[in-house]
Design a protein around this ligand. Structure first.
Ligand SMILES: [Zn+2]
Length: 543
């Protein structure tokens, strides 16, 4: 019988676990010193090795070997591997999420292990338990018998009650680096006498997106073809990724606001049988490539791309603004999400194309909202309406940008830094308050679950302007950051509530859109105008 790669290549001992060195180090240490915890929480996205590691840990505490546990070859290790060791129980919380299931578990916890040293309960997708089940589980976690170990695994730790979190030793599983997955793929191919090119292995790894399981299942399909040599083209046949060429053209068309041509181009590749959802994902990757090549000179390592394609992408990146990329990625991410539940994902992508072509990005020039100059995001409905009126007319924005050089990374960083600095006019007599707002704003991120990505962006691109009784006002230097703040609204409100001990509503404003205080901006302008009038002897009107 054929066994899927991800089963036949499942790590059996600690050292075979891929890309989770930090977790392995802790667990090996605890096993060796006999100081294992009675409850673990393994967090991380799918395919990062949580369940595999849980099984290895279960083996380690029951292994018969004297040293280097688990050995992987003793009676107990083999029985656990085959899933028929009486003292190791795996429970899928997605399908056993009721109170009764946990009560049963509590009953069985009382009895000592029948064969091994410890009874190990592995509860997968633990966030799926019902509230009643959580409460029942909590009682067991509070006073666990010496002979019991719980390993809870979850992709969504934020859904777990704090009472559960506080009773477990939490270990976070990272997405596995592409390089590590690519090496693993190459090794598996070598074992089977199959030659795989470097760029094919890199492409496989990039499709796996940090999940060994996903990578192996694609490799499974590719190997099933029976070829003795696998190159990039071969992999592309299986993963159905449409070539970079297509995305360069598609992006060019929407950037030139040629919706009709873009829709026809999409139609062409769909007729060839390409998968519409895959196209959405790959298009996002293309925008990412544009973003990376805009800022990174030597991006070959970061992007899995041939040198020729890289050159073309890099050329295109000079013509597409960061705002356009931001708009398209936000729009496409939402489309991908909506497409999951849609019976007709194609129309969603078509809508996205029209929307990006008519509404995408406001051009490089407007992506420089320095604090001193108030900026406003144009009203979306108006812009959409305006764009619809001259649906096919190429907009001047693109031509204007063609000659524009990509922004220097330093320069943009400077903008972000500047936008965090409080504007001088807000500070009158309130320096201390301003400072404490700043430290409050930064400290709430210390408590955040997710300190990477958009949180970092928010942290550096915004400031806390005001804290009221039941609301708080956050000011951002750019519409770009504003959108991230809006996206993270639930998390930010929750963090603030935790900090203040009462429900807090987020009010988000663009720097310069503040109602009263920034009015002094205007008087400043008036003052300058007056001086100019006096100097030049003419009348200056301020709009
Ligand atoms: Zn063993």
């Amino acid at each position: 019988m054929y066994t899927a790669l991800y089963r036949s290549h499942r790590p059996e001992v600690f050292d075979e676990i891929l890309g989770q060195e930090h977790v392995v180090k802790i667990l090996k240490n605890q096993v060796a010193s006999g100081s294992v915890s009675h409850a673990y929480l393994f967090c991380g996205t799918r395919g990062t090795g949580k369940t595999t590691t849980a099984r290895i840990l279960a083996k380690a505490v029951n292994c018969l070997s004297e040293s280097d546990r688990p050995c992987g070859v003793c009676e107990h290790c083999i029985a656990i591997k085959e899933g028929n060791f009486i003292d190791v129980m795996e429970i899928d919380a997605a399908s056993n999420n009721g109170v009764e299931n946990i009560r049963e578990l509590r009953e069985s916890v009382k009895y000592p292990p029948a064969a091994g040293r410890k009874k190990v309960y592995i509860i997968d997708e633990v966030h799926m338990l019902s509230t009643g089940a959580f409460n029942a589980l909590l009682k067991t976690l509070e006073e666990p018998p010496e002979h019991v170990m719980f390993i809870l695994a979850t992709t969504e730790p934020q859904k777990l009650p704090a009472t559960i979190l506080s009773r477990c030793m939490r270990l976070d599983f990272k997405r596995i680096p592409q390089k590590v997955i690519a090496q693993d793929m190459a090794a598996i191919c070598a074992e089977r006498g199959v030659d795989i090119s470097d760029d094919a292995a890199r492409l496989l790894a990039s499709c796996a997106d940090g999940s060994v399981r996903d990578g192996l299942s694609i490799l499974d399909q590719v190997l099933a073809g029976g070829d003795k040599y696998i190159d990039r083209e071969k992999v592309l046949e299986y993963v159905g990724t449409t070539g970079e060429e297509f995305f360069i053209d598609l992006t060019e068309l929407v950037s030139l606001r040629k919706s009709a041509k873009a829709l026809l181009l999409l139609n062409d590749v769909l007729t060839e049988g390409k998968d519409v959802k895959q196209i959405m994902k790959d298009w996002v990757s293309h925008y990412r490539s544009l973003l990376i090549t805009k800022f990174v000179d030597d991006a070959e390592d970061m992007l899995n791309m041939s040198a020729e394609n890289l050159k073309r992408v890099s050329e295109q990146s000079r013509r597409v603004s960061v705002e356009e990329i931001d708009y398209a990625v936000t729009k496409l991410s939402k489309t991908i999400n909506d497409a999951r539940w849609s019976t007709n994902p194609r129309v969603l992508l078509e809508l996205a194309i029209v929307s990006i072509a008519s509404d995408g990005g406001v051009g490089e020039a407007e992506f420089r909202p320095a604090v001193s100059k108030p900026q406003r995001i144009p009203e979306t409905p108006d812009r959409a309406a305006a764009a619809n009126m001259n649906f096919e007319a190429p907009a001047p924005r693109h031509t204007a940008e063609k000659e524009m050089k990509p922004p220097e990374p330093e320069h943009d960083r400077e903008i972000l830094n500047r936008s965090t600095a409080p504007p001088a006019d807000v500070n009158k007599g309130g320096m201390l308050q301003e400072e404490s707002y700043d430290s409050l704003w930064h400290s709430i991120f210390e408590e955040g679950e997710d300190n990477a990505g958009s949180f970092n962006l928010i942290r550096s691109g915004s400031r806390l302007h005001h804290v009221g009784d039941d609301n708080f006002t956050v000011v951002t230097g750019s519409g770009f950051t504003l959108r991230y703040v809006e996206q993270k609204r639930p998390e930010l409100e929750k963090l603030m509530e935790k900090h203040m001990g009462r429900p807090m509503k987020l009010i988000c404003r663009l720097e310069g859109d503040l109602p009263s205080e920034s009015a002094s901006d205007e008087s400043e302008t008036e003052k300058i105008a007056k001086e100019a009038e006096e100097l030049l002897g003419i009348n200056i009107e301020i709009e």
